[in-house]
Design a protein around this ligand. Structure first.
Ligand SMILES: NC(=O)c1ccc[n+]([C@@H]2O[C@H](COP(=O)([O-])OP(=O)(O)OC[C@H]3O[C@@H](n4cnc5c(N)ncnc54)[C@H](OP(=O)(O)O)[C@@H]3O)[C@@H](O)[C@H]2O)c1
Length: 290
């Protein structure tokens, strides 16, 4: 029998890749939960994908999205309200008899002295554990696509990446590899009540990120190591909310201190293929950087 898998945050960096990869499989009906209907238009063209509107704070939209869903790939946005949003989703999943929740989490969520954004993820993880619904937590490292989503404007306009991260190396992961793991976990048995840390194949500094973009695109890109206070002022000037500034600076502090550099082989073990290198990522996303 066809099973229905609901993907929340289906237009986001990882969510849309999960929808795309699931839509290529037989025997699965994908329900893409989209916040912005316009952003979700592209997903309608994929085979066996049903697009439903979801507003995480609106119980009626949750009710519709979760009805007859067998499994859920749970993504909530980077937001100070994400724990409350996620709790509503988990309550609804429980009411609807969902059999497996695969949650996109963040590496470090299990650490004793976890940073704020990881503590939010751990709060959500604990709520899922207490719900009794079988779960798998995918604790991902920072996405390579962050350079597409957030650094691409200054790369294109000035040939610069501004970040307060010094020489700190990070085991960046390609969102497509996280999606591939999600597919493996959602469509095979044996991953219930497991937690996986997911990293890319190498740890690199932002200076090496800039060098790789230069090499692949043929256009000089430089890393500018910004003092933390300057980064704060710049984000304040862009009207970034305080909670976001504080949690980003905390994250960048971890990067600077080399605490996000550990590499593991989980992606290959879980999917059977090697994760994308940063160089491969830039080759395939070249147009975002020129
Ligand atoms: N970025 C990283 O490096 C990284 C690393 C590890 C873990 N994570 C975690 O991954 C998750 C996704 O982060 P991201 O930055 O990748 O986000 P993202 O791509 O922007 O995805 C968030 C999704 O949630 C949707 N959404 C936002 N508010 C919503 C609401 N009120 N109701 C329904 N849907 C809503 C967005 O739709 P609209 O755009 O239409 O609002 C979008 O599809 C976060 O929990 C983050 O902490 C991120």
């Amino acid at each position: 029998m066809q099973q229905t898998i609901l993907v929340t945050g289906a237009t986001g960096t990882v969510g849309r890749e999960v929808v795309k990869q699931l839509s290529m499989l037989d025997g699965i009906r994908v329900r893409a939960g989209v916040h912005s209907v316009i952003k979700g238009e592209n997903l309608r063209r994929l085979p066996d994908v049903e697009v439903v509107e979801m507003e995480f704070t609106d119980p009626d939209s949750l009710h519709a999205a979760f009805t007859h869903a067998d499994k859920v790939f749970l993504v909530t946005p980077f937001s100070e309200g994400q724990v409350e949003m996620a709790k509503k989703l988990i309550d609804e999943a429980k009411k609807r008899g969902v059999k497996h929740i695969v949650k996109l989490s963040a590496i470090g969520a299990g650490d004793e002295n976890a940073i704020q954004l990881c503590r939010w993820h751990r709060d959500i993880e604990q709520y899922i554990e207490q719900s009794g619904i079988p779960y798998t937590f995918l604790r991902a490292a920072s996405f390579m696509q962050n350079f597409e989503n957030y650094s691409s404007p200054t790369i294109k306009s000035e040939g610069k990446i501004y970040m307060p991260t010094g020489d700190g190396k990070v085991a960046y992961i390609d969102a497509r590899d996280i999606a591939a793991v999600a597919i493996a976990v959602l469509t095979n048995d044996g991953h219930e009540n497991k937690i996986y840390d997911l990293t890319g194949p190498e740890a690199i500094s932002v200076s090496e990120v800039a060098d790789t973009i230069s090499l692949v695109t043929g256009r000089q890109v430089d890393f500018v190591d910004v003092p933390e206070e300057d980064a704060r002022k710049s984000m304040q000037q862009q009207q970034t909310p305080d909670w976001m500034i504080n949690s980003l600076l905390e994250l960048y502090g971890q990067h600077r201190a080399g605490k996000s550099a550990e590499v593991n082989s989980s992606v290959e073990e879980l999917t059977g293929h090697k994760p994308h290198t940063f160089r491969q990522f830039v080759k395939e996303y070249k147009e975002c950087f020129v």
